[in-house]
Design a protein around this ligand. Structure first.
Ligand code: AHR
Length: 630
């Protein structure tokens, strides 16, 4: 991410030495008095299939409902194409498919077609298929045909102009189900989003299709990998972990609809796909290994949530023998993530293409189990805890609801708040019992703004985060939720999401930029600081990095007035040259959007401070990071 840098002269006027009075708003900092160690994993990401987060989101697949007909989409994303005098009919064939797991297919019956008027089927993509100039797209599909050798043309075509941006011919189709691959290369075409993928034949025949796929270039060129623009936004946050795979998505509406990880690995034809609780079906292209590779690409650790025997429709599995298969599944999953070639599931991961094990320190048992009205979570957690600890004593086991039978290592707490609540709750953890479990804030957000949070939300988020930072002896990890939203009509199931996108571009909300600022400017220890006489809606936290000799002062000004603060630094000699990074706006409703993605972005100013006591003015409605060296 680029941060604008302003000339020093602009801010030098703000750096006046000050004669302090008792009532002046001030921030006193004792650099040589650390109060808590900041956990190395304080800021991370939370993810699940919601708001078209993977399909139609970070997972770069461009074909919508590539497994047709099963679940909610039916054939609605697939249209018959028969120009001029050609004729075709498409239907869902329940009797044939490429594998046991995918027993259905799209049947395209072409009864009249010529070279000049080929017929077939088209896919609309996720609110369009983006086309860019001089790009290579990699595609594949499974097919069989009634007539051996019928040539198939695959093209990327503009919905409005009918202009073809790229095309390829695939030969060798036969009466046996087989996978074919193709490449589409664009030339000097304009950037457009209103395109579709077209599959046609030039003569009468019947062709069955499944797993029709098309990928643009991906982040780090991963085969079947992630969208570059969205991954770059995540990389700019410098996240330390990814909580996966949910959220409600882990639990499913019913037990069969849980995230059944063994059905999400290996070749696509072995993945049956499943219903997401967020009202659409998941392709499971983003399977367990893809989640782990996503972690690897951003140098994050997985925080692995395992299904714990509770699904949203109040279905649960009793602790005891009935729960054993689920516990075993979790042990197998941990082995898939961390095991070597000499283990069953480690070997499976290697077979799936990833020889090296992944780092893993945290396993979460379930999600939001306080909603399980059967009261079974205490017993379920304890059973998972004992089994996991026995095999993996070094793993930390996260509980998602309070437990009485044993002390969990870590407790996951969730907060969805109004701005008012976030502001008033910045001291939430100040008085928490330090002898209880450590805290993981596994989902939280100030929910103001739609589809993405506005500046008001970002200010309240940042205020609330100052409270987490000050308590980071207790709060060891945190992640905002939800992370993503596809902003097209029908794309959002949950409002106020950190990053928005359509098929072509993405943008960060003001809250996203607040997270970037907090995540990328964090010391290793909290130091003692006192904010005095600052009035309402002004918040701060101060950390130091004693190796890098950096002092990081965060100040949130949630008011409509500029806020001058006398800053008094004791216990270290600060150097005059520093920097101030700010996001601010004229009104709390100011925001970013897909059409105006950069209305609110961080701006960086060099600053010169006059010794250890100076005055700094913070802009109205602003989140600030003042970084000094000592
Ligand atoms: O973040 C949206 C949902 O909120 C999550 O799926 C769930 O865990 C929580 O209730």
């Amino acid at each position: 991410m680029k941060i604008k840098v302003f000339a020093p002269a602009i801010v030098a006027v703000l750096m006046l030495p000050l004669g302090l009075t008792a009532q002046a708003p001030s921030l006193s900092i004792q650099v040589d008095h650390p109060t808590a160690k900041v956990g190395p994993m304080l800021y991370g990401l939370m993810t699940e299939e919601i708001n078209y987060s993977y399909d139609g989101g970070v997972y770069a697949e461009l074909v919508r409902d590539r497994v047709p007909g099963r679940g909610f989409g039916g054939l609605t994303r697939w249209q018959m194409v028969a120009p001029g005098s050609s004729f075709a009919h498409i239907s869902l064939d329940e009797a044939t498919g490429p594998s046991k797991e995918l027993p259905r297919s799209i049947k395209v019956e072409v009864t009249a077609a010529t070279d000049a008027a080929p017929a077939g089927v088209e896919n609309e993509g996720y609110w369009g298929i983006p086309v860019r100039p001089n790009s290579t797209y990699s595609g594949s599909f499974w097919a069989k045909t009634s007539i051996d050798g019928v040539p198939l043309t695959v093209s990327l075509v503009n919905d409005i102009t009918g202009v073809t941006a790229a095309k390829a011919t695939v030969t060798g189709l036969s009466g046996e189900w087989k996978e074919y691959s193709y490449t589409l290369k664009t030339g000097a075409v304009p950037v457009t989003v209103n395109n579709h993928l077209l599959l046609t034949i030039p003569k009468p025949a019947t062709v069955w299709f499944d797993l029709v796929s098309l990928f643009p270039p991906t982040y780090k060129n991963r085969v079947h990998g992630n969208r570059v623009d969205i991954m770059e936004k995540l990389a700019a946050m410098d996240p330390k972990f990814l909580r996966l795979p949910g959220g409600n998505y882990l639990e499913g509406q019913t037990i069969p609809d849980r995230f059944d990880w063994k059905k999400t690995i290996g070749p696509w034809e072995d993945r049956p796909t499943h219903n997401s609780p967020w009202r659409y079906r998941s392709s499971d292209g983003m399977g367990l290994l893809e989640f782990l590779e996503w972690c690897e690409d951003l140098k994050m650790e997985p925080v692995l949530a395992v299904y714990a025997g509770y699904s949203l429709a109040q279905q649960h599995v009793d602790p005891g023998p009935a729960l054993e298969p689920y516990v075993q599944d979790a042990l197998d999953e941990i082995e898939y993530v961390t095991g070597g070639a000499d283990t069953k599931w480690g070997a499976e991961r290697i077979k799936n293409g990833h020889p090296a094990p992944f780092p893993l320190h945290y396993v979460e048992v379930g999600n939001e189990d306080e909603f399980d009205r059967s009261g079974s979570y205490d017993g379920r957690y304890t059973q998972f805890y004992r089994a996991i600890k026995q095999k993996y004593p070094n793993l930390e086991i996260i509980a998602t609801a309070p437990i009485k039978s044993i002390k969990p290592d870590v407790l996951d707490e969730h907060f969805y708040m109004s701005a008012e609540k976030s502001y008033s709750d910045t001291h939430h953890y100040d008085t928490y019992d330090r002898s209880g479990p450590k805290i993981f804030v596994g989902e939280w957000a100030t929910r103001e703004g739609d589809p993405t949070p506005n500046l008001q939300a970002a200010l309240a988020d940042a205020a609330w985060l100052t409270g987490l930072e000050r308590n980071s002896d207790l709060v060891i990890m945190s992640c905002y939720a939800p992370l993503f939203v596809n902003v097209n009509p029908g794309g959002m199931q949950w409002s106020t999401d950190l990053i928005g996108y359509n098929a072509l571009s993405s943008y960060g909300s003001p809250s996203y930029y607040a997270q970037v600022m907090f995540g990328t400017h964090l010391g290793t220890e909290v130091v003692a600081s006192t904010l005095s006489n600052a009035g309402e809606r002004v918040y701060s936290s101060v950390t130091r990095d004693d190796k890098a000799h950096k002092l990081i002062i965060k100040v949130v000004n949630g008011t409509s007035n500029a806020k001058p603060l006398s800053i008094n630094i004791d216990g270290a000699k600060v150097k005059p040259q520093g920097k101030l990074i700010t996001i601010s706006g004229k009104t709390p409703n100011a925001t970013n959007s897909i059409t105006e993605p950069k209305a609110i972005v961080p701006v960086e100013h060099p600053v010169t401070v006059a010794g250890s006591k100076f005055q700094q003015t913070f802009a109205p409605y602003s989140v600030n990071v003042l970084e000094l060296s000592y």
